[in-house]
Design a protein around this ligand. Structure first.
Ligand code: NDP
Ligand code: MG
Length: 399
């Protein structure tokens, strides 16, 4: 009998966490859940832990632990309950699990994702904010530990699949040989045909109604503003050691082509599929083998047509600001991401207008660029700048 791979899911109660559990449940002989973590949804965590026979769970506070116990009730074999931020880091590096799905939203997920990389795990990386804030540190950790890094973000997973087989290093030192350009596709989100100035009164519900993908609320808003695509360009830059000028973005409303790799000879390889995150998740879990994911066939005849268009940066200030941050360097990328997290949370809470998201990011970037250059070589340095940027963003949101 083959021993199953033990998988820990950081952020199991979210959209990626849910889809990961779905794929794992299809392969009970191949995968076993080790630890699940959640932040607020303790009832759901208890249900997931019970159904997946998790060995342990990690929760943020003692109060959350009590809520978990209540939700578990008197069911048998209650999992070990680990509490606090340090517990998240510990479960991510626990030798008892071989694979870690990093699916916490935001830079809150960085310490645990980094711990998994440092511990040499197979890291299934959904948490793009970790790479945006700490790309160099994260990739250096992967290189040093020999971790196996598999991108889960659909665009990066598509690119990974289209890269030359012999050159799919986990943390490449430079661009893959023979590759000219990476092309990230973007659906354009729910407001693709509207001008930015018309969007001032957009509600959270409208912004979260993505035409093709079902995702968590924060990334849904990021997809609407297209800041998400900016984060993804930064993510691609680190994952594939590709200079920013060799990464381009094309609008593709149908979300069938998930991204492309263009080679020196003019060949363009694309990965296609239904917009369902179980495909990249199954790819990451099974790599290098292909395993079933529950995703159905792609009916191109039904899709009928595939459209592509150039993004108009004048109508997409959040994407334009991302390109500026990428050009300015890591400090600006940290500030961009932190400001966006603050602004999107305020928007979802109905405390900030939709178009103000770009204003808060711009003000925070201006603040960061006026600061003396700080060293960003350690996790503590990065967390400190992230926190200072959040403070600057909160001030900007009040203006
Ligand atoms: P969700 O909001 O659906 O889930 C987020 C998860 O993180 C939940 O389990 C949540 O716990 C947990 N969490 C939230 N805040 C904290 C915190 N401060 N500390 C610890 N845990 C926390 O997000 P998604 O699943 O949509 O996205 C997860 C990541 O994957 C993001 O980085 C996103 O950009 C990326 N991604 C997502 C895609 C998608 O299709 N959803 C596609 C590509 C990338 P709880 O629910 O209990 O509060
Ligand atoms: Mg994506």
């Amino acid at each position: 009998m083959v021993t199953p791979t033990h998988v820990t899911i950081l952020g199991s109660t979210g959209s990626i966490g849910h889809n990961t559990l779905d794929v794992i449940a299809r392969h009970p002989e191949r995968f076993a859940v080790h630890t699940l973590t959640a932040h607020s949804r303790m009832d759901l965590l208890a249900k997931q832990a019970f159904e997946s026979k998790a060995v342990a769970v990690a929760v943020p506070t003692a109060v959350a632990a009590e809520r978990f116990k209540t939700a578990w009730g008197d069911a048998p074999k209650r999992p070990d309950i680990r509490v606090g931020a340090q517990a998240l880091v510990e479960v991510a590096s626990d030798p008892a699990s071989e694979a870690v799905m990093a699916a916490i939203v935001g830079s809150a997920g960085l310490p645990a994702a980094l711990a998994a990389a440092q511990a040499g795990k197979r890291v299934l990386l959904a948490n793009k904010e970790a790479l945006v804030a700490a790309g160099s540190l994260f990739m250096a950790a992967v290189r040093a530990s020999g971790a196996e890094l598999l991108p889960i973000d659909s665009e990066h997973n598509a690119i990974f699949q289209c890269l030359p087989h012999h050159d799919r290093a986990s943390a490449p030192a430079g661009p893959a040989a023979g590759v000219r350009r990476l092309v990230l596709t973007a659906s354009g989100g729910p407001f693709r045909n509207q001008r930015w100035a018309e969007l001032a009164h957009v509600t959270p519900e409208q912004a979260c109604a993505h035409p093709n993908w079902s995702m968590g609320r924060k990334i849904s808003v990021d997809s609407a503003t297209m800041l998400n695509k900016g984060l993804e360009v930064i993510e691609a830059r680190h994952l594939f050691a590709m200079p920013a000028e060799r990464i381009s973005v094309v609008i593709h409303p149908q979300s069938v082509v998930h991204s492309m790799v263009e080679y020196e000879d003019g060949s363009v390889l694309a990965q296609l599929g239904q917009p369902d995150m179980r495909t990249p998740i199954a790819y990451g879990l099974g790599f290098p083998e292909r395993i079933s994911s529950g995703v159905g066939m792609l009916d191109l005849a039904l899709a009928g047509r595939l459209d592509f268009a150039q993004p108009d940066l004048k109508q997409l200030p959040c994407l334009a600001l991302s390109f500026e941050a990428l050009k300015a360097g890591q400090g600006a990328c940290i500030a961009l991401n932190a400001a966006n997290e603050v602004a999107v949370a305020a928007f979802l809470d109905k405390r900030l207008g939709y178009t103000k998201i770009a204003q808060v990011i711009e003000a925070t970037l201006n603040w960061q660029m006026g600061q003396p250059e700080a060293s960003l070589s350690s996790l503590d340095d990065i967390i400190e700048l992230d926190e200072l940027s959040r403070q600057a963003a909160r001030r900007a949101a009040l203006d």
